[in-house]
Design a protein around this ligand. Structure first.
Ligand SMILES: C[S@@+](CC[C@H](N)C(=O)[O-])C[C@H]1O[C@@H](n2cnc3c(N)ncnc32)[C@H](O)[C@@H]1O
Length: 286
């Protein structure tokens, strides 16, 4: 449109906003695609795509991943154990798919609602520097987790996990019981000896949250909305329950912090042990 007085073209505010929205959406799309490409191509994880890997099955699992899962299975005794893990944990293949997606190599992997630490073991196999779990249930899980780590070390002559890798599970800890704040503040409180603040987006989070109360879900999302050092977070649960859909998650986080830049990256079909429920693992990035 032309401004006849000045001779310059001018665009109405409505058109400007439309243009801005389009550019932002395109930017988001582009960065989403770039991140996805990065996640697929970088690091040590198998470079095969999800579909190709599904066909290949366990053959694509690294020796460290296989060792971790074998030891995990050996430590069956415990409440609600169904042979694969505590009832309702991810199957080995699903866990492998999630790790391939989020690429925790060199990062701090945090599992919120970690149970006996199966996700943490997988993170170590995918070369996370730190694997930290927070769990509501009792101390026995901590003892079991440490025993599994020792079992893996024994089996691999202390080659895996490496001496630089840190693994810690904190039980008897309810994520709703902390003062509101960001993820780093939660980790400093829970792991004063293990967690170190450092610049950059070095934290990846996983939460298999189908058993969480709505308060626990909101407490986690509120914290994530205020976090600066989190690269991505993955939520696993039924789509029809509270915050089961990506849009609900994004809307809630935006309400908590309007400057939060989070967006959805991917959605993977995953399966739980025991009942065999099929859920989506939805990954978001900043
Ligand atoms: C389905 S299990 C997932 C276990 C583990 N992440 C895995 O995939 O193997 C969910 C866990 O979240 C824990 N949980 C539920 N509410 C929690 C809360 N408010 N704070 C911490 N952990 C919680 C439960 O005790 C349970 O062990």
């Amino acid at each position: 449109m032309l401004n006849f007085k000045s001779g310059k073209s001018f665009v109405s505010n409505k058109e400007k906003n439309k243009k801005l929205l389009k550019t932002t959406t395109n930017k988001r799309k582009r960065s989403g695609i770039e991140l996805k490409k990065k996640l697929e191509s970088s690091s040590d994880g198998p470079s095969t795509t999800f579909e190709a890997k599904k066909k290949k099955g366990n053959n694509s699992h690294s020796p460290n991943f296989k060792t971790a899962m074998t030891i995990f299975k050996r430590y069956c005794p415990g409440l609600g154990h169904d042979g694969d893990g505590l009832y309702g944990t991810l199957t080995n293949n699903s866990l492998h798919d999630i790790m391939t997606e989020i690429q925790p190599k060199g990062k701090t992997l945090v599992d919120i609602g970690a149970a006996d630490g199966k996700v943490l073991l997988a993170g170590l196999a995918f070369q996370a520097n730190f694997t930290l779990g927070i769990e509501l249930a009792g101390d026995a899980l901590e003892i079991k987790f440490n025993a599994m780590i020792n079992g893996i070390k024994k089996k691999t002559n202390s080659v895996f996990p490496t001496s630089e890798q840190v693994a810690s599970l904190k039980c008897c800890t309810d994520i709703t019981s902390f003062k509101s704040g960001n993820t780093s503040e939660l980790l400093i409180t829970c792991f004063p000896r293990s967690f170190r603040m450092k610049p950059g987006k070095h934290i990846v989070i996983c939460a298999v949250w189908h058993g969480f109360t709505i308060t626990a879900k909101q407490s986690l999302l509120k914290r994530l909305a205020k976090s600066h050092f989190v690269k991505s977070f993955t939520l696993v649960g039924p789509q029809l329950k509270d915050y089961g859909k990506p849009d609900e998650v994004l809307e809630y986080m935006k309400e908590q912090n309007p400057r939060c830049t989070v967006y959805k990256v991917s959605s993977l079909p995953v399966k739980l042990s025991g009942g065999g429920e099929q859920y989506q693992a939805i990954t978001f990035a900043y």
